[in-house]
Write a protein that binds this ligand. Structure first.
Ligand SMILES: CCCCCCCCCCCC(=O)SCCNC(=O)CCNC(=O)[C@H](O)C(C)(C)COP(=O)(O)OP(=O)(O)OC[C@H]1O[C@@H](n2cnc3c(N)ncnc32)[C@H](O)[C@@H]1OP(=O)(O)O
Length: 153
């Protein structure tokens, strides 16, 4: 199944969390399941915080990139456009809030996202991280369409 990230333009495919061209990164893959977006990711042993459990910064970065991908996909969906069509929607993180509800074990994790708001260039995404049936973290991301000047200095 094609993931949102498989359709990212090359110039935004280097992100540590979601870029398919970053060989050192997480390379997460996200897709729609109805009105939810889903990413599955299995942490490596080196993602440890306390032995047996995942590092919180990893969880935050998964929520971050799951949510920016969701933002892009939601904009395409709202406009009835294919994710390969131009101009491309590129989102960056304006804010990232994470609540760690329970320790997250080092096993397969499922992130489920919902779009709370689309307003102008802003998309607000809520994302919950599950280990099995247990919600271990919940995040809210304000994703904003990337300004043309982003990355230019
Ligand atoms: C297929 C391709 C996919 C491509 C996908 C690419 C994936 C890459 C994913 C990367 C994930 C990252 O790590 S990104 C890297 C980390 N993030 C960054 O470096 C971003 C740095 N910050 C910025 O460049 C800027 O502050 C922006 C772009 C976030 C916002 O600046 P701006 O463009 O001037 O936005 P502005 O007009 O002020 O605001 C627009 C709306 O967003 C809201 N807003 C702006 N900033 C915030 C904020 N921090 N917290 C809450 N809300 C905010 C405003 O209130 C407003 O809402 P309203 O008043 O209209 O309601």
């Amino acid at each position: 199944m094609d993931a949102f990230q498989d359709h990212y333009p090359e110039n935004v495919s280097h992100c540590y969390g979601c870029g398919s061209k970053n060989k050192h990164g997480h390379q997460i893959k996200t897709h729609w399941e109805g009105d939810e977006t889903v990413t599955r990711f299995t942490p490596e042993p080196y993602h440890t915080s306390v032995p047996g459990f995942a590092y919180g910064g990893l969880i935050a970065s998964l929520i971050d990139c799951h949510s920016t991908g969701t933002a892009a996909a939601a904009m395409y969906r709202q406009e009835g456009r294919d994710m390969d069509s131009l101009p491309a929607f590129r989102f960056v993180t304006g804010s990232l809030h994470v609540d760690f509800l329970k320790p997250t074990p080092l096993g397969e994790l499922t992130l489920r996202g919902t779009v709370k708001e689309i307003k102008g260039r802003k998309v607000v995404v809520e994302c919950t991280v599950f280990a099995g049936d247990v919600a271990t973290a919940r995040g809210e991301v304000v994703a904003v369409q990337m300004p043309e000047s982003f990355g230019q200095s």
